[in-house]
Design a binder for this molecule. Structure first.
Ligand code: DAT
Ligand code: MG
Length: 151
């Protein structure tokens, strides 16, 4: 099961702070394979659907507005346990609870500006990937280092 996929997005604060390269680097160096990437101003309709499970939260409207306030870098990364390991790499939702070494633990401070999104289950990953990407935008290719990343 080295073909599990997760949806990762650098949020507007991460983009505005120039942290895209640092975040991409971490997933690339880990050994995950980039399957798709899109730099875009996300439309409000897409963001509302993306965060639909949080629609009753008091921060929902502000969250959607902030997510559309500047570009995001939307990505699909693939590899063994990409969803779970991706979440570990992100850290906790609140950066204050995130350990050093994680993206949120190292690079941000407040929950409302936590710089990165990552799918929380395989099911939501599949939903998010199909929401953000057309099937033909998912690139099929072989990572040359594959046999050195997996035994
Ligand atoms: P995660 O992004 O770790 O999956 P989530 O899905 O529960 O967290 O929430 C989505 C985003 O909403 C989160 O990254 C930041 C924002 N958020 C969550 N809890 C919040 C809160 N209590 N106050 C403000 N923003 C919050
Ligand atoms: Mg979430």
């Amino acid at each position: 099961m080295t073909d599990e996929r997760t949806f990762i997005a650098v949020k507007p604060d991460g983009v505005l702070r120039g942290l895209m390269g640092e975040i991409i680097k971490r997933f690339e160096q880990k050994g995950f394979k980039l399957v798709a990437m899109k730099f875009m101003l996300a439309p409000d309709s897409l963001l509302k659907e993306h965060y639909i499970d949080l629609k009753d939260k008091p921060f929902y409207a502000g969250l959607c507005k902030y997510m559309g306030s500047a570009p995001v870098c939307a990505m699909v990364w693939e590899g063994l346990s990409a969803v779970k390991t991706g979440r570990v790499m992100l850290g906790e939702t609140n950066p204050a609870d995130s350990k050093p070494g994680t993206i949120r633990g190292d690079l941000c401070i407040q929950v409302g500006r936590n710089i990165i999104h990552g799918s929380d289950s395989v099911e939501s990953a599949n939903k998010e990937i199909s929401l953000w990407f057309k099937p033909e935008e998912l690139v099929s290719w072989k990572l040359a280092a594959l046999e050195h990343i997996y035994e």
